[in-house]
Design a protein around this ligand. Sequence first.
Ligand SMILES: Nc1ncnc2c1ncn2[C@@H]1O[C@H](COP(=O)(O)OP(=O)(O)O)[C@@H](O)[C@H]1O
Ligand SMILES: [Mg+2]
Length: 296
Amino acid sequence: MTTTTPSYADDAPAVRCDNLVHVYGTPGAEVAALRGVDLLVRPGETVGLVGPSGAGKTTLLWHLAGLLKPTAGTVEVAGHRLANMTPRDLASLRLREIGVVLQNPGRNLLPYDSAVANILFAQRPTRRSRAAKRRRALGLLEAVGLGGAATRIAGQLSGGEQQRLAVAVALANSPGLLLADEPTSQLDPVSAQAVLELIRAANVDNGTTVVAVTHDEAAAVALGRTVTIRDGRVGAEGRAGEDYVVVGRDGTIQLPPDLLEGLPPGTLARAVKHEHGVDLRRVYQPGEGHDQDGDR
Ligand SMILES: Nc1ncnc2c1ncn2[C@@H]1O[C@H](COP(=O)(O)OP(=O)(O)O)[C@@H](O)[C@H]1O
Ligand SMILES: [Mg+2]
């Protein structure tokens, strides 16, 4: 049997971005939202994307979902170079393998259908029986605390309820990759906890790789690995609550904002090699004459 369904290569990284650049807008009015993102996510990892508003987190997530085309650089999901896929194969990959929760919860849903119908519709590419689809849908609604809302119309749910339903829809087919943009932003702590537990269960039980944008520090730390996007680049990475700067492909690093006080932009510093790495020693303050030497 031939099929156009893209295969899910076992040994491929779940996500790989190489020097990903995205420029919005038209000539003369461009915004460089991503300025060379390198990112590798292995299958089964859970990653929190953090960083200030406007840093490029949503743009990066849209690229991973195949919803934008790179201005330059490449994006691979499960070994597939998204820009090279036909629209049909890309749609198929998204439907079967990628669950997406967009930042605006309403955009993930069929607004005129009931909550349960939304999760049933999401399962259309699966071979599950009708009864199994229904069981899956009701189980997910229960897990996100919407057990009593199965027949309510999605468009009439509150923002927080829509957000929870959107997560249930995204997980309906046990995707290989879950992409979620601030999935708990409109939730009270109890509902947020339930959503995070559902996501964690998908990871543990099904091996779902998770990339989630979050403002919630606790949620980010709970995901284990955090990637900080600043000014369209990967500025830092966190592991087990510790933050590290990332040395970029061209040798650049972004200093954490709290260190910029000691090394403001324009500083001339001496990079001094030592046993465990390199120290940066301020020599000239911005605008300082070159006869002074602040190196101690
Ligand atoms: N559709 C768009 N057209 C033009 N500029 C955009 C568009 N979407 C986002 N931007 C700009 O791109 C940058 C990154 O935005 P975004 O990816 O939404 O960041 P974040 O999710 O981290 O807040 C911002 O400067 C934003 O204003
Ligand atoms: Mg955003």
